[in-house]
Write a new protein. Structure first.
Length: 155
């Protein structure tokens, strides 16, 4: 598993990203560097391929949607990104920062928010142990309305 830093603190972030890509066996092409930078510096932590493509369009980049899909798949295979498939049916990607967490997913606007609760993790392990299971990994997504959508619904 490759853990990627979200905030790039090196003086030359491009060199750090070039080294990062090379360490996973990927060549440091312009599309790969640009897409990695979007995940590291963007306001959104969870993005679909279309979200990434919109950022590239806003930046006047000539990287096509097919290239975005290809790079996201390569990053997932290399362990740079984690892909989640929530009920929207679209793949949502986030940087693999090496720390387990679960997700809240807004069924109105699609917002995804991370959370970690040690009590939930402990309870899951106790239940698994009682049933004779050893958990290797898990993912949990809780669906509902984010605070913003919930407040709009009550007005």
């Amino acid at each position: 598993m490759v853990a990627v830093q979200r905030a790039v603190s090196a003086k030359d972030p491009d060199m750090k990203n070039i080294d990062e890509l090379k360490s996973t066996g990927l060549k440091a092409t312009l599309p790969r560097l640009k897409i990695l930078e979007i995940f590291q510096t963007g306001a959104q932590r969870h993005m679909t391929a279309e979200d990434v493509f919109r950022v590239l369009l806003d930046e006047r980049s000539d990287i096509g949607l097919a290239t975005v899909y290809r790079v996201l798949t390569q990053f997932e295979q290399a362990g740079i990104l984690i892909r989640s498939n929530f009920e929207s049916g679209k793949a949502v990607y986030e940087l693999n920062e090496g720390q387990h967490h679960d997700h809240f997913v807004c069924t109105s606007c699609g917002k995804v928010e991370e959370f970690y609760d040690p009590d939930i993790e402990k309870r899951q392990n106790l239940i698994a142990k009682a049933k004779g299971w050893v958990i290797q990994d898990h993912s949990m997504a809780l669906y509902g309305h984010c605070a913003e959508c919930a407040s709009r619904a009550t007005k």
